[in-house]
Structures are given as C-alpha cells and as structure tokens.
Design a protein. Structure first.
Length: 153
C-alpha cells in the first residue's frame, strides 16, 4: 500500500512510500481513501510550524472521504461499503472544546489520510450526506465547518 509521508519537516521531504497494509482493531475502521482536502493546517504540519514535536515519519492530511472496507469489533455506527468522511478531532464528540482534544486530531498526532488506506478510530468517521460525492465530502471536516461557524457567529 502507498502513502505520502515525511521523515523531516519541509514540503521537499514529502514522499510517496510503500507501507504495510493496515488492519483495524477494536473500535476502528479501515477506510479506502477516495478523496482528500488540503487545509492550511496540513501545510503547517508538514513544514513543522504546527507542532514541531510530531513523531516522524508521519502521514499528513486530516480531511478526506472514502469507503469503509473493514470494521473492527465494537463498531456499530458504520458498516462495510458505507461512504464516510473524516471527523478532524475524533476525541471531541460534543460540548465545549477542551485542550486535551488536540491530542486526537487526524493528520498528526493521529493517522493521516494521504494514503490509499488508513485505519481510523470509528469516532473519526461519519456518513457522507446524501447527494455528496467523495471530493465534495472531503471538504466538510474543516473548510465547510469553518465557513458554517463564521456564518453562525
């Protein structure tokens, strides 16, 4: 399986590499990635400007969409074959944001979606709204929610 990874900070260090096929464990899903969405945060991560303590090598990109190809035990809200998009901060499911949620963000320190397949916590995926294709759904986690939040506040 192939994934984009960087083993040192800087866009020049982002390389397409072969990695082991991931297997979901309890509470996890295997996502066949079909589309990703690039956010400014992703560039900051790769450049080392977001968190200079990222464990390397790392696979970047927090926002994407795809097809569930396998689920681990205890996964009940999604099923194999379902189209889903990522949830940028799977540790934050409701209520006010707390600093400790940042430790669960996708695309570092959590798994990144710049790969053919990725194992994610089941809480990190939600069904794609009807009528959206993968490319459209990939923009929902950060870009669309940022715009929605700006309109509401």
């Amino acid at each position: 399986m192939r994934a984009y990874q960087f083993d040192a900070f800087g866009l020049e260090n982002l390389k397409l590499v072969d990695v082991a096929e991931p297997v979901p464990g309890p509470g996890e899903v295997l996502l066949q990635v079909r589309a990703i969405s690039l956010n400014y945060r992703d560039l900051m991560v790769i450049r080392g400007q977001y968190n200079p303590h990222v464990r390397l090598p790392a696979t970047p990109i927090s926002d994407g969409a795809g097809l569930i190809s396998a689920v681990g035990p205890e996964v009940t809200h999604v099923k194999v074959g379902q189209h889903v998009c990522s949830h940028f901060i799977p540790g934050w499911l409701d209520g006010r944001f707390r600093a400790e949620y940042t430790g669960t963000t996708l695309g570092t320190p959590g798994p990144g979606l710049a790969a053919e397949q990725v194992v994610l916590p089941a809480a990190a995926v939600i069904p794609i709204p009807e009528g959206y294709d993968f490319a459209e759904a990939a923009t929902l986690p950060i870009a669309a929610l940022t715009a929605w939040s700006a309109l509401r506040t």
